[in-house]
Design a protein around this ligand. Structure first.
Ligand code: NAD
Length: 484
């Protein structure tokens, strides 16, 4: 498959190039080969994208919700029809196994387009009766031009999770993918045009952090939605605050997953596997601190290591493979550094722990046991396939330890005790919680973090509030009473 796009950017319904921009080499993580070359946006490209979005937005917002929804739902259908082709592209972009991308990327993007395409017809304000016949009505209005900035782990999904609610509310979007995975979002832009979207309402510009920063500070931009790390989130939030812009921040995590000794061990092991090794561990909501109650610790570790013996690591294009490489050499080296720290700080390596002896950026799924709260691997987000298993004795103890982190993205509990399950999730300081499962993110449910893990929510009806605002109209049915 030739994955070189026609040009780097997609603006006003067309591919646009400016080779004066800094080159961006797209590297296939399974081999380390350069598979495409793009260019970072120059100031002229950024200008073109913002102007086009600004121009297109008002007319798009003036269309009926039914018309806008039809475009989004058509785009969802096209994405589903092309799922295989889009999944192969996503695998080139990220290295994630095709077995995963076929079910988790274009399909998730299509779900968002379909869901928000369905909501457009019921976006309304309200009527508020007041005394003496007076009343207020509210008008739900689009914010204007929104900027989306993506991380590299789910390039298609992020492009749609931000684009679909933005467009549903009548906004235009300028989306900047991660420089590590620039290919997939271009297809989303192309498909929207094919589905009948007016030119300019969804533009894609490529670039490094400086391009993101230029977009965030532009006065034409009303809202910024970032998926990325906490350090980047801090910078972007601060820059957006200067212009009093709306923000959604989907940031990092170090989420706890608690397994009580009455849990179904097979399910708990499945949850821990999904919550640590899916996408080679490059998932923001991963439950990387697995607290296992002392009574079942050894049984849990035994089943976990037995099941990890069945992982199929290899060529991500082989549909039997379920574990691929890290997204980049840099990310692989970061993760290998954490594995060394785990060993040096005294954690017990029970599985994996090494780079694979083959081309590409492969690391074995890695499990450390006897991890303590103060170890670096238990405190910092690794963003790779490294699970820390920590022991605990009582519920009170584990709750205090689970919440003792600056992050608050997700949290999970495995137990068969009904009241304990609900008590534990009520006590979690996290935005997205799971009982007896882990890491599912259906579009119908709000997704996002508390504490340093973010602001706002993506998906669900709540996302509408983050991409629109209410205008209040007071209507008087009476004479105006003035004091003089
Ligand atoms: P990153 O923070 O390095 O980069 C994210 C994006 O921000 C990139 O597109 C980058 O070019 C851009 N950027 C960098 N500096 C910028 C600046 N000053 N102004 C504007 N934009 C700037 O993150 P990453 O390494 O691409 O992704 C991994 C991180 O993303 C992890 O921390 C992970 O937890 C997080 N993540 C969160 C979610 C979520 O939904 N909460 C989902 C996926 C990933």
């Amino acid at each position: 498959m030739n994955v070189q796009p026609k040009a780097s950017h997609f603006i006003d319904g067309e591919y646009v190039e400016d080779t004066a921009g800094t080159p961006i080499d797209v590297i296939y993580p399974a081999t380390g080969e350069v598979i495409a070359r793009l260019h970072s946006a120059t100031p002229q490209i950024i200008e073109q994208a913002l102007n086009s979005a600004k121009r297109a937005q008002k007319a798009w917002a003036a269309m009926t919700g039914t018309e806008r929804g039809r475009v989004l739902r058509r785009a969802a259908d096209i994405m589903r029809e092309r799922n295989r082709e889009l999944s192969i592209l996503e695998t080139h972009d990220t290295g994630k196994p095709l077995q995963e991308t076929l079910v988790a990327d274009a399909t998730s993007g299509a779900d968002a387009l379909e869901y928000f395409g369905g909501l457009t017809r019921s976006l309304t304000g309200e009527h508020i009766p007041l005394g003496g016949g007076d009343f207020v009505y509210t008008i739900r209005e689009a914010l204007g031009v929104c900027v989306g900035i993506g991380a590299w782990n789910y390039p298609t999904q992020i492009a749609c999770w931000k684009g679909a609610p933005a467009l549903a509310c009548g906004n235009a979007m300028v989306f900047k993918p991660s420089e590590t995975t620039p290919l997939s979002a271009l297809k989303v832009a192309e498909i929207l045009i094919e589905a009948g979207a007016p030119k300019g309402i969804y533009n894609v510009v490529q670039g490094y952090g400086d391009v993101g920063a230029a977009l965030v500070t532009d006065p034409r931009v009303a809202k910024v939605s970032l998926t990325g790390s906490v350090p980047t989130g801090r910078k972007v939030y601060a820059a957006a605050a200067e212009g009093m812009k709306h923000v959604t921040m989907e940031l990092g995590g170090k989420s706890p997953l608690i397994v009580f000794d009455d849990a179904d061990i097979e399910n708990a092991v499945s949850g821990a596997i999904l919550g640590n090794f899916y996408s080679s561990g490059q998932v923001c909501s991963n439950g990387t601190r697995v607290f296992v109650q002392k009574g079942i610790k050894e049984a849990f570790l035994t089943r976990l290591t037995e099941r990890l013996a069945n992982v199929k690591i290899g060529d991500p294009m082989d549909e039997a493979v379920n574990f691929g490489p890290m997204v980049s050499e840099a990310q692989m080296n970061i993760v290998l550094g954490y594995i060394e720290k785990g060993k040096a700080e005294g954690a017990r390596l029970v599985h994996g722990g090494a780079r694979l002896d083959r081309e590409g950026f492969y690391i074995q799924p890695t499990v450390f046991a006897d991890v303590t709260d103060d170890m670096t691997i238990a405190r910092e987000e690794i963003f790779g396939p490294v699970m820390s298993v920590l022991d605990f004795e009582t519920e009170d103890e584990v709750m205090a330890r689970a919440n003792a982190t600056e992050f608050g993205l997700a949290a999970g509990v495995f137990t068969n005790d009904l009241t304990r399950a609900h008590r534990v999730v009520a006590g979690f300081e996290a935005g997205t919680c799971y009982i007896n499962t882990y890491n599912l993110a259906p579009v119908e449910a709000p997704f996002g973090g508390s504490k340093m893990s973010g602001v706002g929510r993506e998906n669900s009806k709540l996302a509408i509030n983050h991409y629109s605002e209410m205008k209040t109209v007071y209507v008087s049915m009476n004479d105006v009473e003035a004091p003089y």
